[in-house]
Ligand binder design. Sequence first.
Ligand SMILES: Cc1cc2nc3c(=O)[nH]c(=O)nc-3n(C[C@H](O)[C@H](O)[C@H](O)COP(=O)(O)OP(=O)(O)OC[C@H]3O[C@@H](n4cnc5c(N)ncnc54)[C@H](O)[C@@H]3O)c2cc1C
Length: 342
Amino acid sequence: MKQVTVVGGGIIGLAVAWRLRQRGVPVTVYDGGTDDAAWYAAAGMLAPAGETSFGQEALTALMVESASRWPAFAAELQQETGLDVGLDARGTLAVALTGDDLAEARRLWAYREEHDLKVRRLLPSAVRDLEPALSPRLRGGAYIPDDLQVDPRRVVAALRAALGEAVVPGRLTELPPGPVVVAAGTGTAALTGLPVRPVKGLVLRLRGEPGILRHVIVGYADGRHVYLVPRADGEVVVGATQEERADFAVSAGAVLDLLRAATDLVPELAELELAETVVRHRPSTPDNAPLLGRLRDDVVVAAGHHRNGVLLAPVTADLIAGLVVTGRPDPSLAAFAPGRFA
Ligand SMILES: Cc1cc2nc3c(=O)[nH]c(=O)nc-3n(C[C@H](O)[C@H](O)[C@H](O)COP(=O)(O)OP(=O)(O)OC[C@H]3O[C@@H](n4cnc5c(N)ncnc54)[C@H](O)[C@@H]3O)c2cc1C
């Protein structure tokens, strides 16, 4: 098969290129660097149950499918490169601080249960047995066993190692001759005219001794949403704000909101070092579902993964590589056609 050019070496472009090369297709990936790369900020929650929201049936099915592919994807990548991507399958605890928070959380849990996503509701005492650092003020919680986490920076490092010299630094200003896969995140709009917009997100990285938290915590705290993602080395990622803005400013108020919610849930986090503040932008679409499929002859798109591009990387890579190699779209791609907003 002819050489395929992938535009964008974020988590999606690299995963697609890796799968293409495994199928015997020569690839070149052009990448504009980390300054506008969403994966660089991403917490790495793989949350088909935690992130599912009302009215997103096809997307929920895709998320569940991708989560099921993550363990094999991570193992294969580690086997090929010797690099560990930090996949952690201990599950997620969703917790609510006030009665109103619990009412809101329960509505979401009920929706998820209707979609056969496992949610085990817990009394406050059982939540604290699982996670002793949580505040005694909590009103309730649930254990979500199928929501995992991975370290996106390690995933990108491993994919880059697997692809070696096939990844070339460079920001393209127009589409190269085909066949081409456009996986340029928020840069996809300028290259294709497709409606991918930036949605600003701030995350914080705290550093302390390992072991404060055992699970990913998704919290509802006085109407504020926050997640806490503990890594094996003691880092705790605190995320994330969500604003319809394209700037990179780190506002004091946004840091304060995240830290207040985080320390309301886990008071001990106040002792940790605030090691990093990072703003990046989710590549989002009008319906917040990704654009996956053929745009025109020789141009395939894999972009617009919004809040779930890390989760969706394995399934996106398999489906897009399959489309490029066989020329036939898998039926599950129909709901995500790039031209659906035309
Ligand atoms: C704060 C925050 C937290 C998040 N948390 C999670 C999470 O917990 N779980 C999850 O699943 N998802 C999360 N996400 C979403 C996830 O990061 C994105 O959906 C995902 O990174 C999208 O991958 P991508 O490769 O399409 O885009 P990106 O990761 O943005 O990568 C795009 C790449 O394309 C390059 N590029 C752009 N234009 C060009 C061009 N013209 N030529 C060459 N290269 C170009 C860029 O330099 C960049 O390297 C989060 C995002 C943010 C911002």
